[in-house]
Design a protein around this ligand. Structure first.
Ligand SMILES: *Cc1c(COP(=O)(O)O)cnc(C)c1O
Length: 366
């Protein structure tokens, strides 16, 4: 079977280096807030080009903490509105509502599946305080127009960079385009840990200080609590693994780009709509390779029967989820179309050429 993602094989590529580093961490006797975290934060900040990187427990916490810090800093308050794409993974939206902020859904563009920048301004009210952009599937969404819009309306731009580590816009990395950025290192992400892990990058020193305190029980100084904080730490074991794997992220993203190129050049079935390859190929790191077809469910069964595992990102749009039942009657036709038609093909830095060829042949025969 061709797996959607072979995590074992991906991590075994770095077996010796990871095992050696883990053994060091194990034997050090220091498991939280130690040298592995410090080193990973330093290397991540340097890689992204941002001044600060803060390791946290997971990607959802990264986004929650950014918004919570803006509330503690007086930049936002409960009831304020944050714009967010209507087809994102639920975590982007949970981070907003969890803070008592109001998610305002904006439709994506059907050509790139990212927030439609032209639909942002009509959603801005006196309560809008930020835009949470999501580089969905690994494709950068950013433009000067977006920057100007944010400046004009005094909005913070927060990046959900869970799927796009390594992607660039105009020579700058995602995670360094807006005011603050949340990362996830969930095992299946392009940079994956051996469990849950996340981080925040920013150039804002006050924000960094506030987040560090919030993630540590609201405390900057032991037993002195300035906020009603939480406990959200990136442990030494995960930091050590991530610090090893960070060195290889560019090479691994290049392999993904080459697979994406093959799919785009060689799949020629008119029933299948392929994703756009951006003019600047650095804008995409192909976390997920998403095709669209009106025969999605039968295509997925056909591929399964022929030994190819696929997934759907995502089957139910956020506004149709029970968790947000107040939105269930709203209509977001582009999101709904996307959720009904998308299918994600296998793509990973360890995918074999012959497997790519097999997927392409199957798709062309369908
Ligand atoms: C994975 C993901 C998250 C959440 O990250 P976790 O580490 O699983 O909490 C948030 N946003 C997007 C777009 C994601 O893909």
């Amino acid at each position: 079977m061709i797996k959607f993602l072979d995590l074992q094989k991906i991590n075994l590529t770095h077996q010796e280096e990871i095992e050696n580093r883990l053994l060091q961490t194990f034997r050090s006797g220091w498991y939280l807030m130690g040298n592995d975290l410090k080193q990973f934060e330093k290397n991540l900040a340097e890689y992204i080009g941002a001044e600060h990187a803060i390791g946290v427990a997971n990607g959802l916490d990264a986004l929650r903490l950014i918004l919570r810090a803006y509330i503690e800093m007086g930049v936002m308050k409960k009831g304020d509105e944050i714009l967010v794409p209507s087809n994102t993974y639920i975590a982007s939206i949970l981070a907003i509502s969890d803070n008592g902020l109001v998610p305002v859904l904006v439709e994506p563009g059907i050509e790139h599946y990212n927030i439609d920048i032209h639909k942002i301004e009509e959603k801005i009210t006196s309560k809008t305080k930020g835009i949470l952009i999501v580089h969905l599937y690994g494709r950068t969404i950013f433009s000067e127009e977006l920057q100007k819009l944010a400046e004009k309306h005094h909005l913070k731009i927060i990046e959900d960079n869970a799927q796009a580590i390594g992607a660039e816009w105009n020579g700058k990395k995602t995670g360094n385009l807006g005011d603050a950025s949340g990362f996830s290192f969930y095992p299946g992400k392009n940079l994956g840990a051996l469990g849950d892990a996340g981080a925040i990058t920013t150039n804002d020193e006050e924000l960094t200080k506030t987040i560090r305190a919030l993630a540590n029980y609201g405390s900057n100084q032991k037993y002195v609590n300035i906020y009603q904080g939480l406990n959200s730490r990136l442990d030494e074991i995960q930091a050590a693994v991530l610090d090893v794997k960070l060195k290889y992220i560019d090479a691994e993203n290049t392999v993904r780009r080459n697979i994406a190129k093959r799919y785009i050049n060689e799949v020629s079935n008119p029933q299948i709509i392929l994703p756009e390859n951006p003019e600047d190929e650095k804008e995409h790191v192909w976390h997920i390779f998403v095709i669209r077809t009106q025969k999605r469910d039968s295509l997925q069964s056909y591929l399964t029967e022929n030994g190819v595992q696929t997934l759907i990102h995502y089957p139910i749009p956020p506004h149709k989820q029970q968790a947000y039942k107040e939105w269930n009657d709203l209509s977001f036709p582009i999101s709904e179309k996307i959720h009904n038609e998308v299918l994600s093909l296998p793509i990973s830095p360890v995918m074999e050429d012959e497997d790519i060829t097999k997927v392409i042949e199957l798709l062309n025969k369908f």
